[in-house]
Design a protein around this ligand. Structure first.
Ligand code: AMP
Ligand code: MG
Length: 401
C-alpha cells in the first residue's frame, strides 16, 4: 500500500508534458498560462488625473487658503478620452476629469471640491487649498512597466489576471491544452436518474459530480453510459473511452470482489497498472494505470471515496496536464471547533466545514457512503492514524468551493 505523497508523486510523474494552444482572452478564465506574458505597454500609458478637478502647477498655489484663494486663469477643458493641444503655464489651469491626460506643464491636480468658480467669471478658478507636486496624478507606468512580466507559465488565469492582460491590449493568450476526461460508472445496481427506482437499484450519482470537479480543474469531461459488472462490458467501455479521451476516470469495481473488473479489463487491453492501493481513508482501493500515453484513474464506487480520491489524486494530474504549477487543493489554516478523532490505521481525510471565522466543524457522519456530509463540506482535514485532535487544535484544511 502506497503512502499518499508517493502515490501523488507517481501520478504527477506520469502526466504528459503540456501542449500549447492560443485561446481568446474571453475564453481564458480558469486556463493555465503556457508562456510568460510581457507587457507591450506602460500602464497607465500616459500621466492622467485621478480626480475631477484642475491641472495646475503646484508652485502657483502654495499659499491657497479658503479665506485667501489663489486665482488661476482657466485655459481649457480635457474630457476623459480627449487630448489637450496646449500646455499649462504659470498662473493658468485646465479643467480635467478622472482619467483625462495631464497636459504638459502641469504637475498636479487640485480636486474640484477644493475650488470655486464665480458665476460671473467663467474664465477664472479660485483654488482654496495647496497641492503637492504629483498630487491626484496617476503617473505613467506606475502600475506596469513596458516589458515587465505580467504572468508566468503555470499561472492560473483568474479574473484579475485576465483583466490585467486586457488592460495592456491583449486579445489572446497561450494556454495549456485541456485534457479530455472520460467519466465511467461501473455497477449493475446503477440506474440513470429520470425513472422511478427499480427495487434493489440506486441512482448513479458519481459521474455528474465528477464532471463538475473535472470542469473546476479546467479539464473537459465526457460522460459515458453506465457499465454493468461484466468483464466484456467493462473492457468494451474502456476501449471506447480510451479511443476518445486523454484520461479515463472510472468509479466502482476496484475492490477485491468477484464483480470488480476494472483492473482485469485494463490489463487485458494492454494497460500498465501502476498501483492500486493508497494508505488513505476514504479511498484505499484506487487504481492508477497508463495506456499509450493516456491515464486511467479507477476510483472506488462509494461516492465520498470517489470524490475525495478525485480531489487528492486526479485533480492535481488534470491541472499539471495543463501546465499548472500549483496543483494541490488550497490550504487554509483553521482551528477545530470540536474534536476530530481517527481510530483507524490510515490517514483519514475527514469532511469538514471551515467557517468564515476560521473555525473547523465536522461536516457530519464520516462513513464513506454518507453523501450528506460530503455535500455539507467545503474542505478536508488530514487526520493522522490513531489520533484524536482536540477542540481548539490548529488544523490545516484542504479547501474547495
Ligand atoms: P464498489 O466500489 O463498486 O464496490 O461500490 C461501492 C459502493 O458504492 C456500493 O454501495 C455501490 O452501490 C456504490 N456506488 C458505486 N458506484 C456508484 C455510483 N456511480 N453512484 C452511486 N453509488 C455508487
Ligand atoms: Mg461495484
Amino acid at each position: 500500500m502506497l503512502e499518499f505523497e508517493e502515490a501523488l508523486a507517481r501520478v504527477l510523474a506520469a502526466v504528459p508534458a503540456p501542449t500549447r494552444e492560443i485561446v481568446s482572452l474571453s475564453e481564458a478564465a480558469g486556463r493555465v498560462l503556457a508562456e510568460p506574458i510581457r507587457s507591450p505597454l506602460d500602464l497607465p500609458s500616459f500621466d492622467n488625473s485621478a480626480m475631477d478637478g484642475y491641472a495646475l502647477r503646484a508652485a502657483d498655489v502654495t499659499s491657497a487658503k479658503p479665506e485667501s484663494p489663489v486665482s488661476l486663469c482657466l485655459t481649457g477643458k480635457v474630457p476623459a478620452g480627449d487630448n489637450f493641444a496646449g500646455s499649462v503655464t504659470a498662473g493658468t489651469c485646465v479643467r480635467l476629469f478622472t482619467g483625462s491626460p495631464l497636459p504638459p506643464g502641469a504637475d498636479a491636480v487640485v480636486m474640484q471640491e477644493e475650488t470655486r468658480v464665480q458665476p460671473n467669471a467663467a474664465g477664472e478658478v479660485l483654488i482654496l487649498a495647496p497641492v503637492r507636486p504629483g498630487e491626484n496624478v496617476r503617473l505613467r507606468a506606475e502600475d506596469v512597466k513596458l516589458g515587465s512580466t505580467l504572468a508566468k507559465p503555470g499561472d492560473l488565469l483568474t479574473a484579475g489576471r485576465i483583466g490585467l492582460l486586457a488592460a495592456v491590449g491583449l486579445t489572446g493568450v497561450p494556454v495549456g491544452r485541456q485534457p479530455v476526461v472520460g467519466l465511467l460508472a461501473t455497477g449493475s445496481e446503477l440506474q440513470e436518474p429520470g425513472q422511478p427506482l427499480v427495487p434493489g437499484r440506486i441512482y448513479e450519482s458519481n459521474r455528474i459530480a465528477l464532471a463538475a470537479f473535472t470542469k473546476r480543474a479546467g479539464a473537459v469531461p465526457v460522460t459515458f453510459p453506465l457499465v454493468a459488472d461484466v468483464l466484456t462490458a467493462t473492457s468494451a467501455a474502456l476501449v471506447e473511452a480510451f479511443s476518445r479521451c486523454d484520461a479515463i476516470v472510472t468509479s466502482g469495481g476496484v475492490s477485491v470482489g468477484k464483480m470488480d473488473f476494472i483492473k482485469q479489463a485494463f490489463e487485458q487491453m494492454g494497460g500498465e497498472l501502476q498501483f492500486w492501493k493508497v494508505a488513505i481513508k476514504p479511498g484505499r482501493p484506487f487504481v492508477f494505470g497508463r495506456y499509450r500515453g493516456k491515464l486511467l484513474f479507477g476510483l472506488p464506487g462509494n461516492p465520498v471515496s470517489a470524490f475525495v480520491t478525485f480531489l487528492l489524486l486526479v485533480r492535481p494530474a488534470l491541472l499539471r496536464w495543463q501546465g499548472a504549477t500549483d496543483v494541490s487543493l488550497p490550504v487554509h489554516a483553521g482551528v477545530l471547533a470540536e474534536p476530530l478523532v481517527n481510530h483507524g490505521e490510515r490517514r483519514h481525510f475527514m469532511r469538514v466545514r471551515l467557517d468564515p471565522a476560521g473555525k473547523v466543524h465536522s461536516a457530519g457522519v464520516q462513513a464513506s457512503h454518507i453523501q450528506s456530509s460530503m455535500a455539507a463540506a467545503n474542505g478536508l482535514a488530514d487526520v493522522p492514524p490513531n489520533t484524536a485532535l482536540a477542540a481548539g487544535a490548529p488544523v490545516p484544511v484542504l479547501h474547495w468551493d
